[in-house]
Design a protein around this ligand. Structure first.
Ligand SMILES: Cc1cc2nc3c(=O)[nH]c(=O)nc-3n(C[C@H](O)[C@H](O)[C@H](O)COP(=O)(O)O)c2cc1C
Length: 209
């Protein structure tokens, strides 16, 4: 059975705009893909391991061709388990609110945990990175939301480093089939209309995802 994993980076529960758009997506997805298992992962639920000194040490051990041992062993196992959860999904749906012109730190934590040599990437001194999740028919849909920044506005309203960074990271894993669903009402825009339009885009994307 194929699986869709919804990864949410908003901690705002029922008040979350990105979660409400994700719920619209998932409602249509379940109707149109009854044979796909839908799983959800709230990154704020405490299941994401830290990536501190021992985990960083483990990463550098592996990078140098070694095996994490001693205090590095448990964090490395946690990293492997987290990567396995992430990489098992055939379809990925992300809810990504803009935080300070970038992504919420909990999503960066997921990136730092799973971006490991031999898992997400390989590296060659002359040809550079290889993308280990490529050619697995994986697809991603990303719901990007913000309240102040919006595409028509100038840099005085901020800069969108959220989607530029996150789309680039996804592509570096090898997942290049990325659909963006956007909700950027801006402070002077029509939030209701922006919501309607984002939900319509979510339903459309879900049907053929
Ligand atoms: C910590 C924090 C930082 C934010 N930073 C920005 C920002 O830099 N630019 C912006 O346009 N909106 C910013 N916002 C507003 C959110 O991006 C916006 O309300 C978004 O829709 C929230 O998504 P959510 O409701 O799913 O949590 C910020 C909100 C929070 C809580």
């Amino acid at each position: 059975m194929s699986t869709l994993l919804h990864i949410s980076a908003s901690p705002r529960g029922a008040a979350s705009e990105s979660l409400q758009i994700a719920n619209t997506f998932l409602e249509t997805y379940r109707e149109t893909h009854p044979d796909t298992e839908v799983q959800t992962w709230d990154l704020w639920d405490g299941s994401l391991p830290e990536f501190g000194p021992a985990a960083a040490g483990a990463k550098m051990s592996v990078f140098g061709g070694g095996t994490p041992e001693g205090e590095q062993a448990a964090p490395w196992r946690a990293t492997q388990d987290t990567f396995a959860r992430f990489a098992a999904a055939d379809r990925l749906l992300f809810s990504v609110p803009m935080w300070n012109h970038g992504i919420p730190y909990i999503l960066k934590q997921l990136i730092d945990v799973v971006s490991q040599p031999g898992m997400v990437f390989g590296i060659d001194p002359t040809t550079g990175y290889t993308h280990l999740l490529a050619d697995q028919d994986k697809r991603a849909a990303v719901i990007y939301t913000s309240a102040v920044w919006g595409p028509p506005l100038g840099p005085e309203f901020g800069t969108d480093f959220a989607s530029t960074y996150f789309n680039d990271w996804l592509a570096r894993t090898g997942i290049t089939d990325i659909t963006q669903i956007r909700y950027h009402p801006t402070l002077s825009g029509d939030a209701e209309e922006a919501r309607r339009s984002a939900r319509a885009a979510a339903r459309d994307t879900a049907k053929s995802f």
